[in-house]
Design a protein around this ligand. Structure first.
Ligand SMILES: [Cu+2]
Length: 122
């Protein structure tokens, strides 16, 4: 009996590895890049461990609002620390005003594969 259990354990181990690979694929990074644009006010939804749109093109002075539709907690945190939404629990949102041009790459503090960018025009 013990030997059989051991063999099953080995099989399950392999299976778990495959499952984890699949889950990592779901945790962002594997999805399609999306692009949106906004002027005045723009909205980025966080769903299925992705920022949507991934790239947000905005005019100067636009307020970008991040809203978390996931049950997991996320953040939108600038790589250059120029902005940070802080923890966004399910259903919560946070807004940032972009009053200077440039490309602002950001990441979720909890899921490093979740990345996005805001591209501010002149
Ligand atoms: Cu996240």
């Amino acid at each position: 009996m013990g030997g059989v259990m051991k063999d099953m354990g080995g099989l399950m181990g392999d299976g778990m590895g495959d499952m984890m690979d699949g889950m990592n694929g779901m945790m962002g990074g594997g999805g399609p890049e999306t692009t949106g644009s906004a002027s005045g006010r723009g909205e980025v939804r966080i769903a299925n461990f992705r920022f949507q749109p991934t790239t947000m093109n905005i005019t100067r002075g636009t307020v970008v609002v991040w809203t978390n539709d996931d049950s997991a907690t996320h953040t939108a945190t600038a790589n250059d620390a120029s902005f940070d939404t802080g923890r966004l629990d399910k259903g919560k949102s946070s807004q940032v005003t972009f009053d200077r041009p440039g490309t602002f790459e950001y990441v979720c503090n909890f899921h490093s594969r979740m990345t996005g960018r805001v591209v501010g025009g002149p």
